[in-house]
Design a protein around this ligand. Structure first.
Ligand code: 1CP
Length: 343
């Protein structure tokens, strides 16, 4: 069994397994090279040969314990017919759906073809990955995907989706129900194609008051978790409720996830005590900017995390994705240190 899977399945692994969110991407020269030839970013996501190659690039360089499928959370709205465009240097753009009437435009019939292409990438990777390197499939959590569908772009406060949910909770629930159901199908197809574990990215979970957090973060994630448990009882699921702070404990207890990814602001004591005691694997939470700075600051922070999580079911990761200006040699230094000092 892959070393990455054992903390998720109940065992402490020494040194802890390591992979990094956004480990494939713009900080790697070989990614930038291939990206030039790929046309649009979504074309890259939908081209199995290229997407598999990009997934493998950081594995060849660093020998991470897990790979993550190269794709994007916005494949789901795109496949539902809400076309997604990635504007160079600006991020994603969608035609916003700001009220329930707009949901009529969504059409599940096109998802089969687009999800099929992503799953072909998964199947290729299953063949090409070194034995012992786990393959993580993923999707965005319904709340986070909805923030892009409603806002039409990334935003600092997710105001458009929060307003939709306050003004028309019944209509917003319909959007969430669609996303829950499509996400279950999408993740299930990734498992059938060969994914060993799944991660659900709720990058904007931190913008909601507690009652809304229960309704739009915990409840949809719990539904997805339950459906997957029925279909694929052996496949572990990691939740990433970024920014959830103390409510992360309730998230873990009520969603039934097997692992929880913690953001940079999560105190190490909360991870090693409360979250570990809840019976899940804990993943995280190095500040991605320490990977840019490197040097002593990086070394000290890595050691502090390793010390706090020693003896726990732990997976080393960042608190959020690698940023493009990260020097690739700092990533090598991090992996080496985790493997040396994490014993
Ligand atoms: O220009 C480029 O080459 C595109 C940059 C890029 C990349 C490399 C985007 C656009 N997405 C990705 C890949 C990606 N995205 C992966 C697979 C790669 C890996 O992890 O190694 C994954 C898992 C994601 C997930 C993702 N996409 C999230 C959740 C995690 C997080 O970072 O919070 C989110 C919110 C997105 C949306 C998105 N896609 C891309 C961008 C720039 C964004 C953020 C947009 C914004 O809010 O401004």
């Amino acid at each position: 069994m892959s070393r990455f899977l054992s903390p998720l399945l109940g065992k402490c692994e020494t040194p802890p397994p390591i992979w990094l969110m956004r480990q494939a991407g713009r900080y790697l020269p070989e990614y930038r090279e291939l990206r030039k030839t790929a046309g649009s970013f979504l074309n890259l996501c939908y081209s199995p040969e290229m997407a598999a190659e990009v997934t493998l690039q950081p594995i060849r360089r660093y020998g991470f314990d897990a790979s993550i499928l190269f794709s994007d959370i916005l494949v789901v709205p795109d496949a539902l017919g809400q076309e997604v465009r990635f504007v160079e240097g600006e991020g994603p753009r969608l035609d916003p759906i700001t009220e329930a009437a707009g949901l009529k435009k969504l059409d599940r019939s096109a998802t089969t073809e687009k999800f099929g292409r992503v799953c072909e990438t998964v199947a290729r990777l299953k063949q090409d990955l070194p034995k012992g390197t786990a393959l993580i499939g993923f999707c965005g959590a319904p709340w986070t995907v909805a923030t892009y569908m409603v806002g039409g772009r990334g935003s600092p406060d997710q105001a458009a989706a929060r307003l939709f949910a306050y003004k028309d909770p019944v209509g917003f629930q319909r959007l969430m129900d669609i996303l829950v159901s499509v996400s279950i199908d999408y993740l299930s197809q990734q498992v059938q194609a060969g994914a060993d574990a799944l991660q659900i990215f709720d990058s904007w979970a931190g913008s909601l008051p507690e009652s809304e957090f229960d309704r739009w973060v915990i409840a949809p994630t719990a539904k997805i978790r339950q459906a997957l448990a029925k279909q694929h009882p052996d496949i572990p699921v990691i939740g990433f409720p970024r920014g959830a702070g103390m409510t992360t404990l309730k998230f873990v207890q009520q969603t039934g996830v097997d692992g929880v990814s913690c953001d940079t602001a999560m105190p190490l004591a909360f991870m090693s005590d409360q979250l570990s005691a809840a019976g899940v694997a804990v993943q995280g939470n190095l500040d991605p900017l320490l990977l840019v700075s490197g040097g002593k600051a990086l070394d000290h922070a890595v050691d502090a995390i390793l010390d706090a999580m020693r003896g726990k079911r732990f997976i080393f990761n960042l608190g959020h994705g690698i940023v493009p200006q990260t020097p690739p040699e700092h990533v090598a230094r991090l992996v080496e240190r985790v493997r040396q000092n994490g014993v």
